[in-house]
Design a protein around this ligand. Structure first.
Ligand code: ZN
Length: 427
């Protein structure tokens, strides 16, 4: 009996801490209450969170409050367990982010494996709050249990080190999406801001996509070149995601998804999950950043020289200099401009949330971290979105795409694992 009381108390404290946010000044109390109610009910899936890196490198324990704390490079933290609880998030994709530097130094696969282990360890430590999730049904189960799903997505396809064998092992370890590139082009896929070497996806790259579809691992087109986006959509038999990209029709950045690709995402049944980074949200902000950096170039060059052997100290000094020369951040409402755009171009069924928390140095004005996700919901309500539409954006659309990818994997006629590695595809 005592046990029952205890778990009841635990459950109540969870519900209480989850939804006890104070309303910002000037907000409509009725809409605010409605937003809170929606978060209580919704399955919310965030497509991309980079807190995994400090979990591994700095032994960060998610039960420690990160409010007001800073990463090694001086940028603020956005995530901890309580902030996630307050946000109402059901599923977080912990990013298994492998830096493009590993293409030079080696160790891409090892890095990915260590980040995966860091995720599992965190879930083991906090099994009262977190649970590993591998399927769309797992996410629904976690919601019922009042737990937060830890999902995993690899960022940087070179983590498989040109081996389909490794890709399959990553799937078996629980990885459910893979971003084909990060910012650098590699052996089989071209990145958004690097020289193309493969005219999009190489033959092996196409084999990777087919194998991912066969397995039920979502193909992620964030970070890739436009040609890769089209190559993927040419051959994908399952829904494709952009785990943390916004709409190029609103902000003209190569990290965002252009309208012609949006239209193909609709046909494909995929989801574009909006990134909260101001540089991807707003052209004016971007322009102001470029102007400021040009103005500060002599100082930045001097700092680069001074700290050439200490990149962390450089970033800290750079951050201080930027702090002394501030640029007005776009409001969090800009996020909803991107949702609006996608809704207008292809409908409400193909847009989601991919915050990039702890992977970006700044967030839009009004947002400090995961706990402020509610602001996006509030703004959608303020603009007249229906509850059904909001539930789709927060996670319903992702869940549909994920379930469809699982269905495709189940019925896939190519039952036998494709052999091979990149070597087979080179003469
Ligand atoms: Zn990224």
């Amino acid at each position: 009996m005592r046990k029952v009381f205890l778990s009841l108390a635990l459950l109540l404290s969870f519900v209480f801490t989850s939804f006890s946010q104070t309303m910002p000044e000037g907000f409509d109390p009725q809409l605010w209450q409605k937003a809170l109610k929606i978060h209580k009910k919704a399955i919310i899936v965030d497509g991309h969170n980079d807190i995994t890196t400090p979990m591994l490198d700095e032994d960060l324990d998610l039960s420690t409050s990160t409010v007001g704390k800073f990463h090694k490079d001086g940028t603020p933290f956005h995530t901890d367990l309580n902030r996630l609880k307050v946000s109402g998030i059901t599923g977080v994709f912990f990013s298994i982010y492998v830096s493009g530097e590993t293409l030079k130094t080696g160790g891409s696969m090892r890095r990915a494996v260590e980040l995966i282990d860091a995720t599992y360890r965190e879930v083991e430590k906090h099994s009262d709050t977190l649970t590993m999730c591998y399927t769309s049904q797992d996410i629904i189960r976690a919601k019922k249990q009042g737990k937060i799903c830890a999902l995993m997505g690899i960022e940087g396809g070179y983590a498989i080190e040109n081996s389909l064998y490794a890709l399959r092992v990553f799937y078996r370890l629980g990885v459910r999406y893979m971003t084909l590139t990060h910012n650098v082009t590699h052996d089989w896929a071209d990145a958004h801001r690097d020289e193309p070497r493969n005219n999009g996806l190489s033959e092996f790259g196409k084999e990777v996509v087919r194998e991912m579809n066969r397995l039920g691992m979502l193909v992620d087109i964030s970070h890739v070149s436009d040609k890769v986006m089209h190559d993927v959509l040419d051959i994908a038999t399952a829904p494709v995601i952009a785990s943390h990209s916004s709409a190029r029709g609103v902000a003209n950045h190569t990290r965002n998804v252009p309208d012609d690709v949006l239209k193909r995402i609709k046909t494909n049944g995929g989801v574009v999950m909006i990134n909260f980074y101001p540089a991807f949200l707003d052209d004016d902000y971007n322009k102001a950043v470029t102007e400021r950096n040009n103005k500060l170039k002599p100082q930045l060059d001097a700092l680069r020289e001074k700290y050439k052997d200490d990149p962390v100290a450089y970033r800290e000094a750079e951050r201080k200099l930027f702090e002394e020369n501030p640029i007005e951040l776009p409001s969090y409402t800009r996020i909803v401009d991107h949702i609006d755009h996608i809704k207008k171009v292809i409908g409400i069924d193909y847009v989601g949330i991919g915050s990039d928390f702890d992977g970006v140095p700044v967030l839009p004005k009004g947002m400090n971290g995961a706990e402020d996700l509610i602001l996006v919901t509030y703004e959608m309500l303020r603009r007249g979105y229906t509850e059904q539409e909001i539930l789709k954006v927060l996670g319903g659309n992702f869940l549909r795409a994920f379930a469809e990818a699982e269905r495709v994997a189940k019925i896939n006629s190519r039952k036998i694992s494709a052999e091979g590695s990149l070597k087979k595809f080179k003469k």
